[in-house]
Structure formats: C-alpha cells, structure tokens
Design a protein around this ligand. Structure first.
Ligand code: NAP
Length: 313
C-alpha cells in the first residue's frame, strides 16, 4: 500500500506519521498520480497547527506535487487538455500531496515543463501564482518602484522576477546570504532587520509606488505604509492581524482576505511557460525522503530554509 503522511489531530511536527493507506481508483474527472516530489510550504505547517480551522482527520498535508499519471478516470481533462497514463505532470492545488500516490481532480493537473526537475516542478506554482496575485492586486506596472519583503522566499523570488519582467524597479528585502541573488535578478537588495525603513528611505527618497509583503512582520508593514502613499498599492499575504487596521490589501485564504482563486488558477499555465523558458526560476531545491518529513517540516518552520524544501516519496 502507498505510504502517506498523516496527523491524527491538529498539533505540531512531532504528530506527523508515515503510514500505509489504500488509494482508490480515480472516478469521473479525476486521475491517480504517482508522486515524484511534493513541496513543503509554510501553509502545511499552518494547516497542521489548526490555523486554517476546519479539516477532516486524519490530516493529510501537501498542496503541490509533481508526478506521473498512473490511472485516469472518465473525462479527465486538465487545463491543458486530456490526461493520459504516463503523462509527467504538476498537481496544484491538491490535498494530501505528502504521499506516494494521490487522487486529484483533473482540473489541478498541468503538464510538467521538460526542463524542470521533479523537485523544481513540485515547488513552482504555489509561490508563482501567489506572486502573480500580489502584482495584480497592486497593479505593478513599468517604471514603478516596488518593494518586495521576503524577496528570497518562494513567493518573494517569483514576485521579484515577475515585477522585473513588467519593467518595475524592484527593491528586495533579504538577509546577507541573498544579496548577490537579488543583484543577479536586477533587483536592489536591502537587508531586513532594525533600521529597515531608514535604509529603504535612503534608496527611495521620494517613496515607493507599491509594496508586496510576504513576511507579515511589523517591520515590513510599518516600512511599507511609511514608504507607499496609496495603501491600496500595498498587499500582504502574511500580515493577517494588521492588514485591516492599516487599510492595506490582504490576499489568501483567511477572514477578510481576497483568495483570488480564479486569478491564481488562471495564471498557472502562463507561470509554467515562463519557467519552461527560463524566465521564472524558483529557489534551490532542498530534498528529503518521505521518512524524513519531520526534518523537512522543521526546516520550513525555521523561516530560513534557504531554498524550496521538497519531499521525495
Ligand atoms: N496568503 C497566501 O495566499 C499565501 C500564499 C503563499 C504563502 N503565504 C505565506 O507567505 C509567507 C512566505 O511564504 P514562502 O513560501 O515564500 O516562504 P519561504 O519560501 O519559506 O520564504 C520565507 C522568506 O522570508 C525571509 N524572511 C525570514 N524572516 C524575515 C524577516 N524578518 N524579514 C524579511 N524576510 C524574512 C526568508 O529569508 P532568509 O532565509 O534569508 O532569512 C525567506 O526568504 C508564509 O507565511 C506563507 O504562509 C501566504
């Protein structure tokens, strides 16, 4: 029987177990995937900790995977066309991706660009479509000065590249280890930490046009409202507690947030094309075997993984 990661209840990393679970045959509009890699995201940790509320138990984590179609139900047509056994694909969004096998809706199954490895492919879309949503929400355009907080993370790195592709001038907040990466992407690196607002002000004496926050700290939000005059051009995906108080845009799945589901799903094929063309590159992959799921989750929980953590079943 395929191995699957579960948690019997809301809890923390030590509550994760690897168990054998049967997998059904795919019904109408579904396929069964043999998972090759599953990305680990901060959202998996939040789901495990019960921060997203209602769920079915045992909990099954993992919302993005790469893999091979192993069985096809009737009328299984993905966003790029009919699906067949043997197709190399990306599944996003999915539920329970930390598993050897998985039943998913065909509407979540897209062709894997041949140039991407399994790990890169698994970890691409959640960050990319979230970044796209951020850019759309604040209407990033050519010539804008845009601050990206958390610019070396999965979402931040995609936001930097997408904003540069639109002709924006990007200032990315990073730790010292990612300064060169920012420069390589044509963005201006600024170290996060005490004094951030002053460092940004020195680079942007006239302020910035927009700010994209992927961190949610007071430091990032306070600097954003100090530098950007129009609060509708500040968007956060992480500062849930303060977004309403500050009157800035809040994106994602949470009370008062714009989930942007249609926009995000509609952007998936374009993001894959950019990645296939080498114009959208994710963070370096850090891979763990399925049995080491707790170590993989702990690295993501550190907030400084230094790359995209993936599980290889
Ligand atoms: N609302 C939504 O729809 C949505 C969607 C996706 C993600 N998210 C949330 O967005 C956040 C980021 O997700 P992700 O997948 O991009 O995470 P990630 O890949 O783990 O990246 C986190 C980044 O934050 C940086 N960082 C850590 N502390 C920082 C600080 N104090 N100031 C500035 N940067 C800091 C890290 O840089 P260093 O390693 O260099 O320190 C790292 O590059 C998470 O909270 C996630 O749950 C929300």
């Amino acid at each position: 029987m395929p191995r699957t990661v579960i948690a019997a209840k809301f809890g923390d990393i030590e509550d994760l177990e690897v168990v054998d679970l049967p997998v059904a045959e795919p019904l109408h509009g579904h396929v069964r995937l043999r998972v090759m890699a599953a990305a680990v995201n901060p959202a998996d940790l939040k789901q495990l900790r019960g921060m997203f509320g209602g769920s079915t138990f045992p909990l099954r984590l993992g919302s993005e995977v790469s893999g091979v179609v192993a069985a096809v139900g009737p009328d299984a047509v993905g966003p790029a066309g009919p699906l067949s056994v043997g197709d190399e694909v990306i599944g996003y969004p999915v539920r329970g991706g930390f598993a050897e096998q998985l039943i998913v809706k065909a509407s979540s199954v897209l062709p894997k660009p041949a140039s991407l490895g399994w790990g890169e492919a698994a970890g691409l879309l959640l960050g990319a479509v979230t970044a796209f949503h951020l850019l759309e929400a604040v209407a990033v355009a050519r010539g804008d000065h845009v601050i990206v907080h958390g610019a070396s993370g999965s979402v931040g790195l995609a936001a930097v590249q997408l904003a540069r592709a639109r002709g924006a001038k990007v200032i990315g907040t990073v730790s010292a280890s990612h300064v060169d990466d920012m420069r390589a992407l044509g963005a201006v690196p600024v170290l996060y930490g005490p004094g951030l607002e002053e460092r940004l002000r020195a680079l942007l004496p006239g302020g910035a046009d927009a700010a994209l926050d992927t961190v949610g700290t007071d430091e990032a939000l306070d600097a954003s409202v100090a530098l950007v005059a129009d609060r509708q051009r500040i968007a956060t995906i992480a500062g849930f507690a303060r977004a309403a108080e500050l009157g800035i845009r809040l994106l994602g799945s949470g009370p008062g947030a714009d989930p942007g589901t249609e926009l995000r799903n509609g952007a998936r094929l374009d993001m894959l094309q950019l990645a296939a063309d080498g114009r959208l590159v994710g963070p370096p992959v850090i891979a763990f075997p399925l049995e080491h799921v707790r170590q993989a989750m702990a690295l993501v929980a550190s907030g400084h993984a230094g790359g995209k953590v993936v599980i290889l079943p």
